[in-house]
Design a protein around this ligand. Structure first.
Ligand SMILES: NC(=O)c1ccc[n+]([C@@H]2O[C@H](COP(=O)([O-])OP(=O)(O)OC[C@H]3O[C@@H](n4cnc5c(N)ncnc54)[C@H](OP(=O)(O)O)[C@@H]3O)[C@@H](O)[C@H]2O)c1
Length: 265
């Protein structure tokens, strides 16, 4: 069954990734709003500004995929569409109640936090439905989010702060690991192209192994690579030292969670 027409506002990195996933699932002709000359695939219509969307267009869902600081200027143009459609926001730090104050208290709003692996259908999105979202609207949101990866729902919107810190920002932490492994390999004398290849394929290969063993703990996969007194153990003695990763990773997630709370409105 085709995905019903939608209004996508913002077609940058996340908007493009989502649109690609939906097109692969058979998205009906939709309207994309973005001021840049975004590459909007046929049969969708592209307009530069939300105020230019034809009033006769009746989307079942409006997706807010602009930067949070850009949305206030856009929301007045969304109000007429939000009367009949569910509004799915993927913006960091914009609360359901904050959006409802601009869209109308009865607006049906779902807030979701995806991550960039959505671009290759390997994202994880956590969503929270506002009080006026009907079951059919929630199902439609679930269908759209599931087109770009795994999904989970929470009842408590406050949980989206640690979700943002863990999975929303998380790909950056993994890329940092790849960067640091590459640099450390070069420092130990490896030719740079080989260090780069080893770092990238180790990170992606270990991720694939985790993915292939959903019922196995990450800790047991780690132990399987670690023989007592061996090379892995000598590296882990440093990484697992009391002031190393066991302290810095919780501190980093705490800092990102706090930042998400501070930015929220
Ligand atoms: N990237 C992530 O990892 C990630 C993860 C989870 C959630 N998010 C959320 O996703 C949202 C989009 O992030 P992104 O990374 O996709 O940002 P992005 O690449 O900058 O995309 C935003 C798009 O919105 C466009 N835009 C600006 N003003 C607009 C307007 N008035 N009407 C319509 N479109 C407008 C921008 O065009 P111009 O470039 O021409 O200004 C850009 O193409 C953010 O709210 C972010 O919090 C992102």
């Amino acid at each position: 069954m085709a995905i019903p027409p939608l209004l996508l506002i913002g077609c940058g990195r996340m908007g493009t990734a989502l649109l690609r996933g939906w097109d692969a699932q058979g998205l009906s002709q939709s309207v994309v709003v973005d001021p840049g000359a975004a590459e909007v695939p046929a049969p969708h219509l592209w307009v530069k500004d939300a105020s230019l969307v034809a009033a006769s267009f009746k989307p079942e869902i409006v997706i807010l995929a602009v930067k949070p600081q850009a949305v206030d200027a856009i929301l007045p143009s969304v109000v007429p569409f939000a009367r009949d459609a569910v509004v799915l926001s993927i913006m960091a730090g914009r609360s359901i109640s904050g959006l409802a104050s601009a869209l109308g208290p009865a607006a049906a709003i779902v807030r979701a936090m995806p991550n960039t692996p959505a671009a290759i259908g390997r994202g994880i999105t956590v969503a929270c439905a506002g009080p006026d979202v009907r079951a059919s609207q929630r199902e439609l949101c679930e269908r759209l989010l599931a087109a770009v990866g795994a999904t989970a729902w929470v009842e408590d919107e406050a949980l989206l702060d640690p979700v943002t810190a863990l999975s929303g920002s998380g790909p950056a932490y993994v890329f940092l690991l790849a960067e640091l492994l590459e640099a450390a390999g070069i420092e130990q004398g490896l030719p740079p192209p080989l260090a780069r290849q080893l770092a990238r394929l180790t990170v992606s290969g270990a991720g694939a192994l985790l993915d292939a063993a959903p019922h196995e703990d990450a800790a047991s996969l780690r132990r399987a690579v670690t023989s007592p007194g061996g090379t892995t153990a000598s590296a882990l003695d440093i990484l697992m030292g009391p002031s190393a990763w066991p302290a810095s990773i919780p501190a980093a997630i705490e800092a990102a969670t706090q930042r998400s709370r501070v930015l929220a409105r």
